[in-house]
Ligand binder design. Sequence first.
Ligand SMILES: Cc1cc2nc3c(=O)[nH]c(=O)nc-3n(C[C@H](O)[C@H](O)[C@H](O)COP(=O)(O)OP(=O)(O)OC[C@H]3O[C@@H](n4cnc5c(N)ncnc54)[C@H](O)[C@@H]3O)c2cc1C
Length: 265
Amino acid sequence: MFVCYIIFETIFMINIFKASLTEKKQLTADVFLFSFDLINPDKIEFEAGQYLILKVNNQPRLYSIFSSEENKKSMQLLVKIIPDGVASTYLTNLKSGDQVEFQGPAGAFKLQQNRRDKIFLATFTGLAPLYSMITSCLKMEKKLTQPKLYLFWGLRHFSDICLLDELKQLSINNQQFKFFICLSRETDLSKIKDENKKYFKLGRINDVWQKFNSQLIKQCSNVTMKQFINNFDYYLCASRDVVESLKQYLIEKGIAKENIFSEKF
Ligand SMILES: Cc1cc2nc3c(=O)[nH]c(=O)nc-3n(C[C@H](O)[C@H](O)[C@H](O)COP(=O)(O)OP(=O)(O)OC[C@H]3O[C@@H](n4cnc5c(N)ncnc54)[C@H](O)[C@@H]3O)c2cc1C
């Protein structure tokens, strides 16, 4: 079903973009941030959460757009490099100025048109479409009713940490955005600078999210946990297995299916 959907989109997608690499920034041992300038056409209209189809010979690969939908002349991809992977090898070999071809934008993983508070749950490069959603949301005209945005980003080790300064800056500049980097394979936070400790938690994203609810609900009166957690929309992005188990977890906690939106890598 999923494969048919991708094939359908690939066949009927008419927009082809030529872009040139402007920066290839290595963030961790296996994660890179690739920045491209659009050449022809020279701008792209997309909705945060959507992906592009990278042409690699005859083997297309899908990548969620990391940058904000406000950026129309350039865009960024956050990519985990798989050893000997077709697109991974192609991307890592790119040099500044090299041209690539994308199709798209495509995909139905988008922000719902509402002002509900939002929980974002991602692991590893699953952050990409969520980061685009968060930055796009924060750039919208500031209003008193601007939704609160909470990101729970799952990584394993200290060595996986990246984009901390970018996330901190977003959070400092936007009171309604808070984030937690959740380290599932570390046992203490001694390696994290004191000033950054508030941005880190130990454990898996679902456990951290649950503890967070228990704290937050104390500020509300006359509301059950089920009512409280259904005040949010949930945006999930990770590998297929992780998204499936997270979805199951959220549903078991009493979250209505219609409040959960997801993308599987
Ligand atoms: C909608 C969508 C959006 C996506 N967005 C992103 C994104 O923003 N960033 C990103 O990094 N990826 C993203 N992906 C995954 C991406 O499309 C590729 O599958 C991935 O980059 C591997 O491609 P490759 O050609 O390098 O490896 P391949 O040549 O396809 O695979 C080589 C080998 O590695 C295995 N493999 C594939 N993926 C992984 C993995 N993640 N971990 C471990 N082993 C793996 C394969 O099973 C195979 O054995 C997305 C996928 C989808 C469906």
